[in-house]
Each structure stands twice: as structure tokens, then as C-alpha cells.
Design a protein around this ligand. Sequence first.
Ligand code: HEM
Length: 194
Amino acid sequence: MTSVLQQLRTETAHQHEALESTMPFAALMTDRFSVSVYQDVLLTLRSFHGAIHHATQQVPTHPVSTMLDACAVCEALDTDLLMLDAISAPAFVNDQTITSQSTDIIACGYVWLGSSMGAKMIHRWLQNNAPASLPTHYYQTLSGCSQHWAAYRRYVDTLTLSVQEGEKICRSANALFSGLRNTASKVTAVMQPA
Ligand code: HEM
């Protein structure tokens, strides 16, 4: 039987690819990188992490909620955005409400902790290529979350989930990725009016 983690990876791979090719994410680790791109990345991610933080606060003892270091990640984002004089982040543009049901929280954990893998790479790139004055508290803090990836995977592997629950988790994870792209286009449209 395919595990939910395998299913998540397979069913969201196209979304990850699409996100990596969407501005402002597409300019990370390239010569198109700029402070303005960085600001847009952080604004988009502030609304993503904020929306999940809100949902996990309803179920603080859920094993996945405890793995996200949500307060620290949101605080690190706020610190960076303040240092960049950024405008406040928009609301997360999600087609599907993030509820505190376990299926949604598991999906949130996957996208949040999965993003900490890419964060390690991006943090290293910023250290080597961005001006030393650029605030990187967020990427540093999120990279630290990657230590929970193995525990998250173990936890999900211990669950006995029905086919319907597996599908619900994948739908919710896909909605989060689409929400990130919707939010990114809102952020970049605000920053670059026609
Ligand atoms: C341009 C920015 C990004 C890059 C370059 C990137 C890169 C990566 C890389 C290299 C991995 C694989 C890590 C490994 O297997 O060791 C990964 C995994 C992942 N990333 Fe990203 N990422 C980016 C943005 C994001 C964002 C913004 C999210 C969501 C908020 C995200 C969600 C995920 C997920 C869920 C996985 C886990 C896939 C799995 O193994 O099942 N990524 N990313």
C-alpha cells in the first residue's frame, strides 16, 4: 500500500515545480534576486505561515502542531519584514479554509516542514550571495525546523488512515500550494502596479 507521505510527494510534485517557477520564488538563488524580490517572498510566506499558525493554535497539543515552531517562525518573519520596512502581509488567498481537523493539520505539517528542506539550501545561498545586511532570521529559523522532518514522517507513518482521509490530506496540501501561488501573485501585483 502506498503511504500517505509517498502519495503527498507524488500528488504535490507538480505544485512544487509550479511554485518554484512563480515569481517571486523563481528569482531566489538566481541573478534576478533583489531586495524587492526577497521582500515579496517573505510577505507571501508570512501570510502562509500565519494562516497555518492560526489553525494549529486551535489544536496546540496535536503532535504536528508541536513540531512547527510556529511562534518562532512567524516572529522571525516579522523581524525580517520590519527590518526591510515592508508593508504588512496580505491575507492568505486559499480556496479551501484551513480547519483544525487532523487531516488539515497533517497537510499543513507536510508543506511547512517540507519547505524547511528548501530553506536550508536558500539560507546557505543567501549567506554566500546576499548583502550581509540582509535580515535572514526567517530562513535561519525555518532551516532549524528541518530537525522535525524525521519525527513528522515517523508520526504520519504510524497513523492508520482511510483512503478518503489520504485523499483529504492531499487535497488540503494541494490547496496550500495553490494558495501560495495565489498569494504570491497578489503580493507581486501590489508591489509592481501596472
Ligand atoms: C524557490 C524556492 C524553493 C526551493 C529552491 C525548494 C527546494 C526544495 C528541495 C531541494 C527539496 C528537497 C529536499 C530533500 O529532499 O532533501 C524541497 C522539498 C520540499 N519543499 Fe521546497 N523549495 C522551495 C520552496 C518551497 C516552498 C515555498 C514550499 C512550501 C511552503 C516548499 C515545500 C516543499 C515540500 C513540501 C517539500 C517536501 C517534498 C517531499 O520530500 O515529500 N518548498 N524543496
